[in-house]
Design a protein around this ligand. Structure first.
Ligand code: ADP
Ligand code: MN
Ligand code: MN
Ligand code: MN
Length: 337
């Protein structure tokens, strides 16, 4: 009989930033759809999700892709965490996104997320001199050459894995700080974009193991005059993508202005280290929007302004944000009447 290898992936209860956990289930037989993956359990007392006495939590499969690392008859399964009675666990942010995305289904929202990250070897970013600093920022963004970019072998491997897993990865680039990179997922509907970000992050950590390197999503991995790492979240509704959409986008920015603090609260921990007003950011204490403005909280892309419709870019979310929470906040604030 076929033995299927199913990697069950979930978010733990680590604070202030939840981390990925996963374990493997061998299923007898082959898989045809999501229902073929049974619910499963884990020891919540080892993941900050339960007390020792009553430690079982439930894993409910909600999204899956082929596992490009293990290959044939192998899958990556994103799971929601439930309490033993089947109710939503307090650490389950996805369930909230399910609700709002159903509620605002007719808005046909799309998200495109730019995931920045930094590769580390030991205590320094990959390619940095031991205990020291490379040349100042400038030549590294989208650079080429062994003296400009570090870790391209990992980046290329990760790109290939994302494609083989069927993720909607739309590009990659070397970032401003050496050792820092970006990939983009989307545009996709809210749940798909968020699930795919989590699967792509899992693949990034997993493939970095093979190179003895670790990837971090910390928003300010190196203090000082170095760019931080963000997760710019590009967002549109059907109305924004249709003629006259620019007006809808501007109205949405006014709504976002009023909810700035609520959004910042779920846009990632340590984000104040990154949103300083320097390094292509707007201060965490202010809200600004503008066309082509990379120093604003929200940028309206030049193309969108020229066409009169398109999308907006929320530049505030940090690299370590939970896409379930960010997409939830953007959908709710934008679509609420
Ligand atoms: P930047 O110029 O900010 O670096 P990128 O090219 O890295 O931009 O990322 C742009 C992102 O916007 C991509 O993920 C893309 O899929 C997404 N995107 C494009 N059009 C839309 C749209 N209409 N709605 C939402 N996201 C979109
Ligand atoms: Mn980008
Ligand atoms: Mn970037
Ligand atoms: Mn961007």
């Amino acid at each position: 009989m076929t033995k299927t290898k199913a990697e069950y992936i979930w978010l733990d209860g680590h604070q202030p930033t939840q981390k990925l956990r996963s374990k493997t289930k061998i299923i007898n037989g082959s898989i045809e759809n999501l229902k073929d993956f049974p619910t499963w359990g884990f020891d919540g007392s080892s993941t900050n999700q339960a007390e020792g006495k009553d430690s079982d939590c439930m894993l409910k499969p909600v999204y899956y892709t082929p596992d490009p690392i293990r290959g044939e008859n192998s899958f990556l399964i994103m799971c929601e965490v439930l309490n033993p009675d089947g109710s939503k666990h307090s650490t389950n942010s996805r369930a909230n996104l399910v609700k709002v995305s159903k509620k605002y289904k007719n808005e046909v929202a799309w998200f495109g997320i730019e995931q920045e990250y930094t590769l580390f070897q030991g205590r320094s970013p990959l390619g940095w001199p031991e205990g020291g600093y490379p040349a100042p920022q400038g030549p590294f963004y989208c650079g080429v050459g062994a003296d400009e970019v570090f870790g391209r072998d990992i980046v290329e491997e990760h790109l290939e894995l994302c494609i083989e897993a069927g993720l909607e990865i739309s590009g990659i680039n070397a970032e401003v700080m050496p050792g820092q990179w970006e990939y983009q997922i989307g545009p996709l509907d809210p749940l798909e974009s968020a699930d795919q970000i989590w699967i792509s992050r899992w693949l990034l950590y997993r493939i970095s193991e093979e190179f003895g390197v670790s990837a971090t999503l910390h928003p300010k991995p190196v203090k000082g005059d170095w760019n931080g790492a963000g997760a710019h979240t590009n967002f549109s509704t059907k109305a924004m993508r249709s003629p006259g959409g620019l007006e809808v986008i501007k109205k949405t920015c006014e709504k976002l202005n009023k909810k700035h603090n609520e959004h910042i609260a779920v846009y990632g921990a340590h984000n104040e280290e990154r949103l300083t007003g320097l390094h292509e950011t707007c201060s965490i204490k202010e809200f600004q929007y503008g066309v082509s403005d990379r120093g604003a909280s929200i940028r309206i892309p030049m193309q969108t302004s020229n066409d009169g419709y398109g999308y907006l870019e929320d530049r505030r979310p940090s690299a370590n944000m939970d896409p379930y929470k960010v997409c939830y906040a953007l959908l709710k604030t934008s679509c609420e009447k």
